[in-house]
Each structure stands twice: as structure tokens, then as C-alpha cells.
Design a protein around this ligand. Structure first.
Ligand code: NDP
Length: 283
């Protein structure tokens, strides 16, 4: 890159702690290359105590857009000028756009989840949907699912209060979202059509997952937001004949939505998909 080009280049990145494992740079940088954009996506390791300084620094340095990941998705909201409606409803931000001197918080995880299901020809409309988890990912997924007109939306979480708060905030006159302890999942899950695993428990390679899967049949669809490596939970559901979907598509589509918000260009999804896959293979 010559000096003139570099002076015009756009800079994006991700703030998290730890964040060295993130695939996002591989997705976005593959996208910039595919469209010939003079842009770069970097990784910013930001300790929780430094989050406010990091956001101020990004603003001062003229960084063009930032993704936010664990553990900053909620805390970062205090440092932004505006939070868009979707992020407000989810209660977390994963993408910051810069508009002049204003920083605007968005959340693209929910739309990423729905686009992943669309790619897999799975619709939530009229279905009985269960979400396992009460953290940030579960909130994004449940909020997006509630908008798809499911027949039923049940949220199961180890800490019941979190599920109750989510259910109350997502319920509408048309849809009563219900909250349940994770321990009740075994008796209630058989009647659902689609089960979304959105806890972090499967990150432990020895864990079988948050709930037993005896109820699973080929009529069920089971989604696990964890994408690499495939969890035991998803492997078991597959053995039982269910349609199974790992969370890699959600990662790619949430990135694609952020890409469009930042650059104004349709994201080259296939190239971004391949960019992340190649990085996973190298690990
Ligand atoms: P959070 O830390 O916000 O939430 C973690 C959730 O897991 C909580 O509901 C927590 O329950 C539950 N949990 C953790 N340990 C256990 C356990 N031992 N038994 C039962 N429940 C447990 O994480 P996120 O919501 O941000 O992320 C959840 C998962 O989703 C992560 O594994 C992440 O990799 C994945 N993810 C995937 C994305 C994608 O694009 N595919 C995007 C974002 C996340 P409690 O509330 O009781 O503590």
C-alpha cells in the first residue's frame, strides 16, 4: 500500500477481552479484499477498566466502525451517543457506527441469527421455539425470534430471574413469552419444534450441553450458537436425526450486516464465509 492509499484507508476493528481468538478480522478483511476496499479490520484487546478510554480513543483517532464482544456488549452502551431501537430492545451493542462526531450503537446478532436460519430454510413463523440461555446472545436471538411470529417462545435459563426479565420485555399482546428454569427443559422441550442452544456451557469440549436430548426426533431442528468446534450437544442432536445448525452462519451474517452499515456496500458474504473458514482450518 503506498502512502497516498494508506492516508485514505478506513479502519475498523473489534474490542473485547480476551479477543485474540476472534474470527471477525478474517471475515471483514476478506470482504474488503473481495470488493477492493482500502480498509483494514484490527483487533483491540480492551480490559474492562479501560473500556471508556478505548471508546474515547476510537472517537479521537477517527476509527470508522467498531465491533464489540464479550465482556463489553452491555457496558459499552454507557459511552455511546445513541442506541438504535434493536440494540435497545436486546440491551446490548455489538456494532458501533460513527456518524460525524456521534457514536451509534447497533446490534446485528439477532438479524444474523435469522439470516442463518433463512439460509438453512428454517422459518420460526407459527413454530414453538425454545431458547436455552439468558445472556447477551440469548437476548439477541429471543428478540429476533419474537419478531418472526412464532406460535410460542419459551426461554430456559439456569438463573431464572434473567429469563423472566427477558420474557417480560419481549412479550406483546400477540405473543406471551414464557420463562422457565433450565431444569424444567426436559419436560417442556418435546413439544417445541426448534431449540436454540445459547448458553456458553458447550464451550467446554467435555460438556454434553445444558439439557439432555432424549426428546429429540427427526422432526426437530436444533441450533447451537457455538460454532467451533461443533459441540457435543449438536452432535447428539444430529445422531438423533434432527436438523442441526451450528452458529457459524450467525457469525458471518452479523458481520455482513455490520459491513453494510459501515461501508454502505452489500457484503460479499461468500468471500467472508470462506475467509473465516480458512482461518479456522489454520488453527
Ligand atoms: P453470556 O456470558 O452473556 O451468557 C452465558 C449463558 O450461559 C448464560 O445464560 C448462563 O446462565 C449460561 N451458562 C453458563 N454456564 C452454564 C452452566 N454451567 N450451566 C447452565 N448454564 C450456563 O454469553 P453470551 O450470551 O454472550 O454467549 C453465549 C454463547 O453464544 C457463547 O458460547 C458464544 O460463543 C455464543 N455466541 C455465538 C455467536 C455467533 O455469532 N454464533 C454470537 C454470540 C455468542 P446464567 O444466566 O445462569 O449465568
Amino acid at each position: 500500500m503506498n502512502e497516498k492509499e494508506s492516508s485514505k484507508s478506513q479502519l475498523y476493528g473489534i474490542m473485547g477481552w480476551p479477543v485474540g481468538h476472534s474470527l471477525s478480522p478474517f471475515l471483514h478483511n476478506a470482504g474488503y479484499r473481495a470488493l477492493g476496499l482500502n480498509a483494514h479490520y484490527a483487533v483491540f484487546e480492551v480490559k474492562p477498566d479501560n473500556l471508556g478510554y478505548a471508546v474515547l480513543g476510537a472517537r479521537s483517532l477517527g476509527i470508522d466502525g467498531i465491533n464489540v464482544t464479550v465482556p463489553h456488549k452491555v457496558a459499552v452502551m454507557d459511552f455511546l451517543d445513541t442506541i438504535d431501537k434493536t440494540a435497545e430492545r436486546i440491551g446490548a451493542v455489538n456494532t458501533i457506527c460513527v456518524d460525524g462526531d456521534k457514536m451509534i450503537g447497533h446490534n446485528t446478532d439477532g438479524i444474523g441469527f435469522i439470516q442463518m436460519l433463512q439460509k438453512e430454510n428454517v422459518s420460526l413463523a407459527g413454530k414453538r421455539v425454545a431458547v436455552l440461555g439468558g445472556g447477551g446472545a440469548a437476548r439477541a436471538v429471543a428478540a429476533a425470534a419474537a419478531d418472526e411470529k412464532p406460535e410460542q417462545l419459551r426461554i430456559f435459563n439456569r438463573t431464572l430471574e434473567k429469563a423472566e426479565k427477558m420474557a417480560a420485555s419481549l412479550s406483546t399482546p400477540e405473543l406471551t413469552v414464557t420463562a422457565h428454569p433450565l431444569d424444567d427443559a426436559t419436560s417442556l422441550l418435546p413439544e417445541c419444534h426448534i431449540c436454540v442452544q445459547a448458553t456458553s456451557i458447550g464451550l467446554d469440549p467435555a460438556s454434553p450441553g445444558p439439557v439432555p436430548l432424549d426428546w429429540v426426533t427427526p422432526d426437530h431442528a436444533v441450533v447451537d450458537l457455538i460454532y467451533n468446534p461443533p459441540t457435543n450437544f449438536l452432535k447428539t442432536a444430529k445422531e438423533k436425526g434432527a436438523k442441526t445448525i451450528g452458529g457459524y452462519g450467525m457469525l458471518v451474517y452479523q458481520a455482513a450486516v455490520a459491513f453494510k452499515l459501515w461501508t454502505g456496500r452489500d457484503a460479499p458474504v461468500d468471500e467472508m464465509w470462506r475467509g473465516g473458514e480458512e482461518a479456522m482450518k489454520r488453527r
